[in-house]
Design a protein around this ligand. Structure first.
Ligand SMILES: O=C(O)CCC(=O)C(=O)O
Ligand SMILES: [Fe+2]
Length: 358
């Protein structure tokens, strides 16, 4: 599903790879000597990026649509758009209310990455509790060297050397000689967490033997509602798994297919939160030129049927004030207890994609 930069089976010459390179964040090495200290992002031509927000505005103003764009129906606060030559792909701009966006951002950082849900940190540290809270308190994750710390009996056998890792205060760390990593570093390096049925990235399948909770009820209901646009009347979407992706500046999600689910007629429901991104929707081959489009906080994408067989990825997120387009979140997350969420989301994007596995 996910393809690392140095493990690609395609060459740099595929149309998909070319588009990824076009939009990816690069820094200008030739910046003027005055700017040497501050790296300057290379300017990127965004004129070909499809912008469903301006399509929506234009449609609401005078009913006009660009060629190839179709309005399906208007069940939600915003109409559902589809594309003539991309069957199975649906875009609902601004589908999530401001309150929903804020509550999903909070949950994505607090509840969603909690065991038994797994994150990219499991492989290295085993299950760790409340990285976000620990980062807020300036805590440090330390390897517990005490003789009784071995977790060989731990049900989670993911972490190689069977050492246990625990959060401690900076003061405690100074007193002990042990490996450590700050919780704020762990938060910055949080790349994914999985809800519901747990996906095993090394085997590229869902591992039914891993302990798991059900998808949280509210998220499940939201996904069911949203999925209706991509399903014939009366056909139910049954959310069983979700992947939460966390993007910081410069992070990308390489072109991939989500092909581990049994029934491709069922949509993937994909929610965008935080900084604006560019999404690439390709064809069934990496040789097909992908369509680039903006994804903003609150936008929802559905991929079902034919679109499930199309390569897609995220080559870029924008964290600068002008392009991130998170002013509405900045106005909303002003309470004392929300400032830590605001601080995170000002330089990050979160994507939650929900799937029916069987
Ligand atoms: O971040 C996104 O918008 C897409 C995520 C995605 O394609 C995936 O997790 O499979
Ligand atoms: Fe995907």
């Amino acid at each position: 599903m996910y393809v690392s930069e140095n493990n690609r089976d395609d060459s740099d010459r595929t149309a998909f790879r070319k588009a990824e390179k076009k939009y990816k964040l690069y820094y200008d090495n030739n910046a003027s000597s005055k700017n040497k200290k501050k790296k300057q992002p290379k300017p990127v031509d965004l004129t070909e990026v499809l912008d469903f927000r301006s399509i929506l505005e234009c449609y609401l103003r005078n009913g006009a649509l660009p060629p190839g764009v179709i309005v399906l129906h208007e069940n939600f606060t915003s109409p559902v758009f589809s594309l003539q030559n991309r069957p199975g792909f649906y875009f609902i701009p601004g589908a999530l209310t401001m309150e929903k966006q804020c509550s999903l951002i909070r949950e994505s950082l607090t509840d969603f990455p909690q065991p038994p849900n797994r994150t990219n940190h499991n492989a290295m540290y085993g299950p760790i509790q409340d990285v976000f809270g620990a980062a807020k308190e300036g805590k440090v994750l330390v390897e517990d060297n005490s003789p009784n710390s071995s977790s060989e009996t731990d049900a989670d056998v993911d972490h190689g050397d069977c050492k246990e890792w625990k959060f401690a205060t900076q003061k405690e760390v100074l007193l002990r000689k042990c490996k450590s990593v700050s919780a704020s570093t762990l938060l910055r390096k949080l790349r994914w967490s999985t809800l519901g049925l747990q996906f095993d990235w090394s085997k590229r399948n869902y591992d039914m033997s891993l302990p798991h909770n059900k998808i949280p009820e509210a998220l499940c209901e939201l996904a069911k509602q949203l999925a209706k646009s991509a399903l014939p009347a009366g056909v139910e979407f049954n959310p069983e798994a979700a992947i939460v992706n966390y993007f910081g500046l410069g992070d990308t999600l390489g072109g991939h297919l989500d092909d581990m689910e049994a029934d491709w007629s069922k949509p993937i429901v994909s929610l965008s939160l935080g900084c604006k991104a560019i999404f690439l929707l390709g064809g069934k081959s990496r040789e097909d030129s992908p369509l680039a489009m903006f994804l903003r906080s609150g936008d929802v994408v559905l991929m079902a049927g034919d679109a499930r067989e199309c390569f897609h990825g995220v080559p870029r997120i924008f964290t600068d004030e002008e392009n991130a387009e998170i002013g509405h979140l900045e106005k909303q997350l002003t309470h004392e207890e929300d400032l830590c969420f605001l601080q995170y989301i000002q330089t990050s994007r979160i994507n939650i994609n929900i799937r029916q596995v069987f």
